[in-house]
Design a protein around this ligand. Structure first.
Ligand SMILES: [Zn+2]
Length: 474
């Protein structure tokens, strides 16, 4: 097999020789400053990238759909810790996948080399595709998953971001490199990406010794659940009627974060002077190489189980109460723990999980893979009687028991996010704050008090979540 392959390639190379020579000459001209480092594998020519202010190596690699290691390979003299504005980098074209046509709205075909111990369902999950699709695209499998062999080359149809996803992030997203700016703290950083602080500690070993002492310019690895955004520094001139909260809201910032950006230069934050200049870091577009994650169209529920009946909760519709084994276990555990904690526990109202087998479930956007569950808020005088959702308001929401129920879910440590109406978030936030929850934990958990227009934290606003909250498990 190998010799034939080489012979073929050699023949092709001869045919292409004039073009290759021309390209080599061209790349010598273009890539003068670091000709030695600017060479690309296969005689392809590099393009030159001029480093912009604030750019990181991982961002540049990501935008070019490359790995940092690829950049280091094509730039011999590059010191990854001393990237400077205006510096020129050679970027080699990404090696094209074996076949690269589009295979869906936002998907392309990539090559996957099967590793020892991998199974077809595992590969399907890794690329957010289905076993059926893998079987259809790969004749070498002959329609049978047991024909999978280590070293086999498979075509997979997936999103570019998913293709570049990192093992560190369970293949959900590529790693993003956050650069600390002055006045940031860990909980605030975690909330930018919708992750927990301990997740940042897991990914950044050096942080563990001293999580409270971040320095500006420090780089942190993160597996973002909320798409990372490019930031720019600007000045806000205080106008009549402005106060810290209103300015923060204008830039979708936490008011305490805005205050912290001033580095103590504000003598009286409650009394801003007209014309005074404030430092603001504003979010711009989504960082290159990342995308707002859409619900996975192909998501299914394989091997799901139906939530069993229990005296602890009422199931609105058993036909649509199918989840993964883990979801069902976590859901039951959280409810049990709430009922132990609460003085007068209510019967919890459980709405939809997924359909049997999962898949599309209108009018829900998600609820496709058995990892989502809708849960009723606890209302005043709730006992064991209520079996449907009812709209929660300031008047009827039982803050103590709802916070206990919500905490029981969060304490499982396996919640990816929770959708809660913004106004109800404000009530729960204030309740939790006045009942001993630390501010740094609230910063991490709640989108509130930042504006409702930009996702932050684990608990986020989403339309229609005023009669139930929606929990997405990992
Ligand atoms: Zn839902």
């Amino acid at each position: 097999m190998w010799p034939r392959f080489h012979a073929k390639r050699a023949g092709m190379a001869r045919a292409l020789l004039p073009q290759v020579l021309a390209a080599a000459v061209l790349s010598l001209i273009v890539a003068r400053p670091a000709a030695a480092g600017g060479r690309c594998p296969g005689g392809r020519s590099a393009r030159v990238h001029v480093v912009q202010k604030g750019e990181t190596l991982s961002a540049i690699a990501s935008a070019a759909e490359l790995r940092v290691a690829d950049l280091l390979a094509s730039n011999e003299d590059l010191n990854p810790d001393a990237l400077s504005e205006g510096q020129k980098l050679h970027i080699c074209p990404k090696r094209e996948p074996r076949r690269g046509p589009r295979c869906g709205r936002d998907r392309r075909i990539y090559g996957h080399s099967v590793k020892r111990g991998e199974s077809l369902p595992k590969i399907a999950a890794r690329y957010a595709t289905t076993e059926a699709d893998l079987l259809k695209r790969n004749a070498s499998l002959k329609g049978d998953p047991t024909n999978l062999r280590a070293g086999q080359q498979l075509d997979v149809c997936t999103q570019p971001m998913r293709y570049r996803a990192s093992r560190l992030c369970d293949y959900r997203t590529p790693v993003f490199e956050h650069i600390v700016i002055e006045g940031e703290w860990l909980a605030e950083i975690a909330s930018r990406y919708g992750v927990r602080q301990r997740e940042l500690l897991r990914l950044n070993a050096r942080l563990r010794n001293n999580p409270d002492r971040l320095r500006s310019g420090q780089k942190l690895r993160v597996c973002p659940d909320i798409a990372p955004r490019v930031r720019e520094k600007l000045e806000h001139g205080v106008r009549k009627g402005d106060n810290l909260a209103s300015i923060a809201s204008k830039y979708d910032l936490n008011p305490r974060q805005l205050l912290s950006f001033q580095r103590g230069r504000l003598d009286n934050p409650d009394r801003l002077r007209i014309g005074q200049r404030l430092v603001v870091w504003r979010d711009g577009g989504i960082a290159p190489g990342f995308a707002e994650e859409d619900e996975d169209e192909n998501a299914q529920l394989v091997g799901g189980i139906q939530l069993p009946q229990s005296p602890d909760y009422a199931i609105k519709n058993p036909n649509t109460a199918w989840g993964t084994g883990q979801t069902v276990r976590l859901l039951q555990g959280a409810i049990k723990s709430y009922r132990r904690r609460a003085k007068k526990p209510s019967k919890v109202v459980v709405g939809d999980l997924s359909r049997k087998g999962g898949g599309k479930f209108p009018p829900h956007k998600s609820h496709r893979s058995g990892q989502d569950v809708d849960v009723g808020y606890v209302l005043a005088d709730d006992g064991d009687g209520r079996t449907r959702f009812e709209r929660a308001t300031k008047k009827n929401l039982d803050l103590q028991r709802t916070w206990q129920l919500l905490s029981a879910f969060l304490d499982t440590g396996r919640v990816r996010y929770v959708f809660i109406d913004y106004n109800l978030q404000a009530l729960l936030y204030d309740y939790a704050k006045s009942h001993g929850t630390r501010e740094s934990e609230l910063d991490e958990l709640f989108q509130y008090p930042r504006s409702r227009h930009r996702a932050y934290g684990i608990i986020r606003d989403d339309r229609g979540h005023d009669d139930h909250f929606h929990v997405r498990f990992q």
